[in-house]
Design a protein around this ligand. Sequence first.
Ligand code: ZN
Length: 64
Amino acid sequence: MNCALCGMDREPRVKLLGLSICGLCMREISSIPVAAREYDHYKDIVRIALQKYIHERVEINPVK
Ligand SMILES: [Zn+2]
C-alpha cells in the first residue's frame, strides 16, 4: 500500500488512522505551520481518513 498522502512507495511507513503514510509525509504533517496552505490539504485528508476509519470500526464491531 502506497502512502495515502503523496501516493509514493516510500519507507518508512507509518500507520495513521488505518492509513499507510510514509515517514516524509508524517514529518510534514507534524512540522507544517497551522497557517500554511498545505495544512488545509492535509487536514482534509486526515479528516477523510478518520471518517473512513471510524466507519470501518463500526462495521467490524456493530453496535447492537
Ligand atoms: Zn508520503
